[in-house]
Design a protein around this ligand. Structure first.
Ligand SMILES: Cc1cc2nc3c(=O)[nH]c(=O)nc-3n(C[C@H](O)[C@H](O)[C@H](O)COP(=O)(O)OP(=O)(O)OC[C@H]3O[C@@H](n4cnc5c(N)ncnc54)[C@H](O)[C@@H]3O)c2cc1C
Length: 575
């Protein structure tokens, strides 16, 4: 008789970290092995669609990056794996920005964490980073109490141009037809993606999976100049050489040379850092080439701004709507007031906390190497801008166990300052660094929004090994001796933790899923249409996928797919 306890794993979030962890666990434990035949993996996503930011973050003109979706689709063949899309787990308790507040996934099945955990031995959080860092010191920023029109977080803009249902309304809100200057606040790869989408020929974008209503909006755009501005200098940018090279080689777009004194100072800061030196060289070369190319063919401009922090976004003094209090007449941004900065060595680092949440060492691709801080000089300047995209990073939401968002109940330990789940190398830990048995985390919700798909994959692989080891090989994991006490988990006197997870999980799936149309047992038959079905299983997603590809073909011009922009439209395919 086997001594192994079955592993029944719930994965919250169907982005790369969830998918790579699932596929690694299932491949390390083949179905015909003693441990493998005791494995069940259920993956939940609040959208009907899998793939997370691969579908809704990666730029439409980078289709090669999306190839990892095929690997994910391979999981569908394993009967131990089930996908439950359009199912939102847990309660959001973090503050949200004005752009995210409006969307509460109204068409999804909502299951509190406390109703989910009795069914599993192990829970893995891979729900990514779906909030924007606020520009809290900038007057009229998107997260302020009085945001201006045409000031939006990059997360919203990126989600919009990728067809995320929560941001489809931006097609009506964004006005690109009457402006010629746009500003992106930030110097990361996301800022570069945003600038490229604003400057690239819309006819090239029409051939991608960018939704047609978005392409149409970009066709109307009069934006001719985009400036990406950072608070520090050229040596501290976070974008990578590859993204920058693509940007400065964009047909029809001239790159404005960076001030030579700034470049000289920056070069002095990157001595010995070959990757960064290459980037500096490219910045200089691109500037020189732009100057020699000034023959009138390039009617759009990309510029980098340095050593500036936004103090306020300002409406036009002549904007007739600027005095209006009606929300439909929100005045639009027309200028940015900046504080000018200088660079200083950083103050001494604060003492290291006893159990810092671990970030994997590999996720450093977009981290600036040069440690200097920006300090205001006291001088200010104002520039013109009819559109502002705030690209200052993503953060995660926190989840609580109770259905009411009641913070007195157990909540997944969350580092509010860093905006991520507290963890020690992927094991969820409480404030004192004590492990919460059976709970794990991977990807951006564990590490913060750093790293690309390849590094997210490496991290996911290491978490897969950790879960297998804790469960089967060294089950010293106190979860194996814990009782089911879903709302009373706390650190115990001996330093162990009473886990909310049960010793013996219930069989099957949470009842709410069955009520919303999920098959109680793994489906082996082909899809059966069911009116009112809300839960999207793998074969349902495949129908939606095929419908999108068909719609793309109908558009012609090699369009790989025409995405559905609302959840009801996706669900309609299943009826
Ligand atoms: C704009 C942008 C462009 C990028 N471009 C590239 C690129 O070109 N190349 C590259 O290698 N990397 C790129 N990346 C990075 C890459 O997307 C990430 O490394 C990767 O997606 C992180 O994976 P994840 O699984 O941690 O999170 P995500 O991909 O965000 O997946 C999280 C999933 O969890 C779901 N979810 C959230 N909350 C809940 C809940 N309560 N219940 C159920 N489900 C939930 C979400 O719907 C989502 O599907 C880009 C990132 C961004 C933001």
């Amino acid at each position: 008789m086997s001594i192994h306890r079955p592993l029944k794993l719930a994965i919250i979030g169907a982005g790369p970290s969830g998918f790579y962890t699932a596929s690694r666990i299932l491949s390390l434990l083949p179905a015909n092995s003693e441990k493998g035949n005791k494995v069940e993996v259920h993956m939940y996503d609040r959208l009907p669609t899998p793939y997370g930011l691969v579908r809704y973050g990666v730029a439409p003109d980078h289709p090669e990056v999306k190839n990892c979706q095929e690997k994910f689709d391979g999981l569908a063949a394993d009967p131990r794996f089930r996908f439950f899309g359009n199912v939102s787990i847990g309660t959001t308790t973090s503050p949200t920005t004005s752009t995210t507040r409006a969307y509460t996934y109204p068409d999804a099945v909502h299951i509190p964490l406390s109703d989910l955990v009795p069914y599993y031995t192990t829970v893995l959080f891979t729900y990514g980073s779906s909030l924007s860092n606020p520009l809290s010191r900038t007057e009229h920023s998107s997260s302020s109490t009085a945001p201006l029109g045409n000031v939006i977080p990059a997360l919203a803009f990126v989600s919009w141009y990728n067809g995320h249902p929560a941001y489809a309304h931006l097609t009506d809100q964004l006005d690109l037809s009457g402006i010629d200057e746009a500003t992106v606040i930030g110097h990361g790869n996301v800022a570069i993606d945003v600038a490229r989408m604003l400057l690239k020929d819309p006819e090239a974008l029409a051939k991608t999976d960018m939704p047609t209503p978005v392409v149409d909006r970009l066709r109307e755009s009069r934006v001719r100049r985009v400036t990406a501005v950072g608070r520090r200098g050229p040596a501290q940018v976070s974008f990578t050489t590859k993204e920058f090279r693509e940007m400065v080689n964009l047909p029809g777009v001239a790159f404005t040379p960076v001030d030579s004194t700034l470049m000289d100072d920056a070069r002095g800061m990157v001595v010995g850092d070959r990757a960064r030196k290459r980037l500096m060289d490219l910045m200089s070369k691109a500037g020189a080439k732009a100057q020699s190319d000034m023959n009138g063919r390039q009617d759009r401009t990309f510029e980098l701004g340095f050593l500036k922090s936004p103090i306020a976004f300002l409406p036009s003094e002549t904007d007739p709507s600027s005095s209006s209090s009606s929300s439909t007449d929100t005045p639009k941004v027309s200028q940015i007031k900046w504080s000018l900065n200088t660079l200083l060595s950083p103050p001494p680092a604060p003492p290291v906390p006893p159990h810092p949440p671990a970030a994997p060492a590999t996720l450093t691709d977009t981290t600036p190497s040069t440690t200097v801080v920006a300090r205001p000089t006291g001088q200010e300047t104002t520039t013109r801008s009819g559109l502002v995209i705030e690209s200052v990073g993503y953060r995660s939401e926190s989840l609580s166990l109770s259905s009411q968002g009641d913070r007195s109940g157990w909540a997944v330990p969350f580092d509010e300052r860093r905006g991520r789940i507290m963890n020690d190398g992927g094991r969820v830990v409480d404030e004192s660094g004590i492990m919460v048995p059976g709970f794990y985390t991977a990807g951006w919700v564990a590490s913060g929004p750093i790293g690309v798909i390849a590094s997210t994959m490496q991290y996911a692989f290491s978490i897969a090994s950790l879960i297998i080891n804790d469960h089967f090989i060294q089950p010293a994991n106190p979860a194996s001796g814990s009782t089911s006490t879903p709302t009373s988990a706390s650190s115990m006197a001996d330093g162990s933790f009473s886990s909310p997870l049960p010793t013996s999980p219930e069989t099957g799936i949470p009842e709410a899923l069955v009520l919303a149309g999920a098959s109680p047992a793994p489906s082996t038959s082909t899809h059966t249409a069911r009116s009112g079905k809300q839960v999207v299983e793998m074969e349902d997603w495949q129908l939606i996928d095929r419908a999108e590809v068909r719609r793309g073909k109908e558009k012609g011009g090699g369009k790989p797919r025409e995405k559905f922009l609302s959840v009801p439209d996706m669900l309609q395919v299943l009826h």
